[in-house]
Design a protein around this ligand. Structure first.
Ligand code: PDD
Length: 274
């Protein structure tokens, strides 16, 4: 069954979509994106994803109507037969006639596709601790993901399925997720900064933690904090909340069976999937 996609508002089978090689997304990764999940044909946190897309567009000075994006994403879902899954949607600055670092006002270029996906039965993660080699505006959901791609594939070559990044010893986030850890019955997560993506799942998990009145702190943490952690979790739109079973290059005492993780996971499933 061919994948269904949308290009500048036109929904078609992905094979029929023709994109110019002069697209600034192709030449410069001059584009931003969102991954939005849906369950039983309903988007999860749709408006929050649109707000973050707006933030990414504003910060990169890409002019694009967020209402057009919304209409196109809804159309893609409505034209698909999938009940559960996610939509990948990116907006580039447009298509140029010459390759130039300097940009001018142009029509933005929008591309998305829909994927079927099941949110349940995520296995615990095996993780490699790596240097965060990315740029300094990780709060923007840019399609320039070379730093993540290189480090994640190094990790894959030794049997890992995620990375945990640090910048000069300060924990930032996963390759495609945010991180939480538990130490002395308190849940910690790195505070928001330009070094991490303001994850929407992260935000929802923090809401759950606060609702449940669990001990919680946001701040700046280092590798030594991880060494003392009893549990580490990753959060993202496609992972939900998932525990770490091992950090392959760090001695830790982590236990994937964590009571606080179970409390948050159960509340998360109840909130979105019941
Ligand atoms: N990634 N940090 C990074 C670097 C991410 O790429 C993501 C999501 C997150 C979690 O954000 P959210 O909870 O809003 O999904 C954090 C998506 C899923 C991706 O690139 O496929």
């Amino acid at each position: 069954m061919p994948k269904l996609a949308s290009y500048n508002g036109k929904v078609d089978s992905i094979e029929n979509i023709k994109v110019s090689p002069m697209s600034r997304a192709f030449l410069f990764s001059d584009s931003v994106y969102e991954v939005i999940s849906f369950y039983k044909k309903k988007f999860i946190d749709f408006e929050t994803h649109l707000d973050r897309l707006k933030h990414s567009l504003n910060e990169t000075k890409i002019s694009c109507s967020i209402e057009d994006c919304k209409t196109e994403i809804v159309k893609l879902l409505n034209e698909s037969r999938f009940e559960d899954g996610y939509i990948y949607y990116q907006v580039s600055r447009g298509v140029d006639s010459i390759r130039s670092h300097f940009f001018e006002e142009s029509d933005c270029e929008r591309f998305g596709f829909i994927e079927e996906f099941s949110f349940f039965n995520q296995s615990p993660l095996k993780v490699m601790l790596v240097d965060d080699i990315r740029w300094q505006r990780c709060d923007i959901k840019s399609t320039s993901l070379l730093g993540n791609v290189l480090q994640m594939n190094d990790a894959k070559s030794i049997g890992c399925n995620e990375i945990l990044m640090h910048k000069n010893g300060e924990l930032t986030e996963g390759g495609a997720s945010n991180i939480f850890f538990v130490k002395d019955k308190t849940i910690f997560t790195p505070e928001l900064s330009t070094n991490i993506l303001p994850g929407i799942t992260r935000y929802q998990v923090i809401k759950i933690i606060k609702d449940k009145k669990l001990n919680f702190e946001e701040g700046s943490y280092g590798i030594d904090d991880l060494k003392e952690a009893s549990s580490i979790w990753f959060t993202s739109t496609t992972k939900g909340i998932v525990g770490v079973e091992e950090i392959v290059n760090l001695e830790t005492k982590i236990n994937p069976e964590c009571e606080l993780l179970e409390i948050c996971k159960n509340a998360f499933v109840k909130r979105y999937f019941s």
